[in-house]
Design a protein around this ligand. Structure first.
Ligand SMILES: *Cc1c(COP(=O)(O)O)cnc(C)c1O
Length: 385
């Protein structure tokens, strides 16, 4: 049994698990069945079927994810983008206007600009660091606010407290993509957010072997999203549910290790003469550092940096490192390294990237769970003349 007083490490293991273990099984088995015997359900949404996202493998995750963020309810989905697109299409109607942070995950920004707007929705960008500018962006039809806890790839932390208060004061649904922070470092419901979104592909699963997403938040909103989900069909496959469930149990161990390792690596990079600039919210010279200290329990496992010598130096470094794998994506047990201009942000034009402060030579690191000393040694060797 899980109690209100149990901490996140205990909740990760026990929250949402069936009260009576199925055939005594300690690990919940995969229910590889598309349909289930009719049990007198009175509505379509309640039929047990994989697309209804309501098999035992889904339900354990829904309860566990809600418990991790101290929220009312949760839903898993087929990917982070399924969670984001289904949420926006469920909570808003054509003609509605939303405010969105001006440096979102590339897929989210592209969905809003290329799909949401042609369907008749409206949006305006806001600077999450400039509360004085937000009121002028409100319109009579503004209904929502969408931000990210830690931005990609510059790893900035906006004024998250003021954003939630602004949404509350103006009747907006406050949504936050909490992928980079994870429920270990930040729990949006505790700070006034109505909806938290995750790409579970990243830290929640943590093993780079599935794609999955989640929406966590207010029960009334989650019911609407669940109904839209069964129409759009972005439900998570039970086997992927099983892998996510297994991966999640070690979330707190992994994330706390990654918090410590990323901080040590960021500090080593700052001290290195070949490094020009390091972005990491845990460094005292970063603009959002005071805020990050107040809001976050850890600064996360993502670091980005630029070398002296620009693009050529960046390419040489990426060819020389031996421990990290050169690959996009993040949040797994293995350290991954990428240049956002060629991967995560390749969908933006060169002009858009420049305006957002993403240079071609910027390197992004997703710190895994290898020994920190091996990573720092590897980076020092790669930086040798
Ligand atoms: C990866 C990512 C997404 C999209 O998730 P998928 O699982 O790839 O669909 C959304 N937001 C952030 C911050 C991400 O890093």
């Amino acid at each position: 049994m899980i109690h209100e007083t149990h901490h996140i490490d205990t909740r990760l293991i026990h929250a949402g698990e069936p009260e009576k273990r199925i055939c005594g099984a300690v690990s919940l088995p995969v229910f590889q069945s598309s349909t289930y015997e009719y049990a007198g359900q009175s509505s379509y949404d309640e039929l047990k079927y994989i697309r209804m996202n309501n098999t035992p493998n889904h339900e354990v995750l829904h309860k566990k994810l809600a418990a991790l963020e101290n929220a009312e309810a949760a839903l898993v989905m087929a990917s982070g983008m399924a969670a984001i697109s289904t949420t926006l299409l469920a909570l808003f109607s054509p003609g509605d206007h939303i405010l969105v942070q001006d440096c979102l995950y590339g897929g989210t920004q592209d969905f809003i600009v290329s799909d949401f707007v042609p369907l008749g929705f409206q949006f305006d960008f806001i600077d999450a660091d400039d509360p004085a500018s937000w009121a002028s962006k409100l319109k009579p039809n503004t209904r929502g606010l969408y931000v990210e806890t830690i931005t990609n790839p510059l790893l900035q932390v906006g004024d998250l407290k003021a954003l939630a208060a602004f949404a509350g004061a103006n009747g907006l649904i406050a949504m936050i993509d909490n992928t980079f922070a994870t429920p270990v470092n930040f729990r949006p419901a505790e700070w006034g957010y109505d909806i938290s979104l995750h790409s579970c592909t990243k830290y929640l699963n943590g093993h780079s072997d599935i794609v999955a997403g989640a929406v966590i938040g207010k029960d009334t909103l989650l019911k609407k999203i669940a109904h839209k989900l069964i129409h759009l069909g972005g439900s998570l496959d039970p086997h992927a549910c099983f892998l996510l469930h297994r991966g999640m149990k070690t979330l707190a161990l992994r994330v706390r290790y990654q918090n410590r390792s990323a901080l040590a690596i960021a500090e080593a990079l700052v001290a290195h003469p070949a490094v020009d600039r390091v972005n990491y919210p845990g460094l005292p010279d970063q603009p959002g550092h005071g805020r990050a200290r107040e809001l976050l329990e850890g600064f996360g496992g993502m670091v980005s940096f630029e070398l002296k010598g620009g693009l050529e130096a960046a390419e040489r470094f990426m060819q020389r490192v031996t421990v990290p794998i050169v690959a996009p994506s993040l949040g797994g047990v293995e350290t991954l390294i990428t240049r956002p201009a060629t991967t995560s942000h390749a969908g933006m034009s060169a002009g858009e990237r420049q305006a957002a402060g993403i240079t071609d030579s910027l390197i992004r690191l997703s710190v895994g769970i290898e020994d920190t000393r091996d990573l720092i040694d590897d980076f020092e060797n790669a930086l040798k003349k």
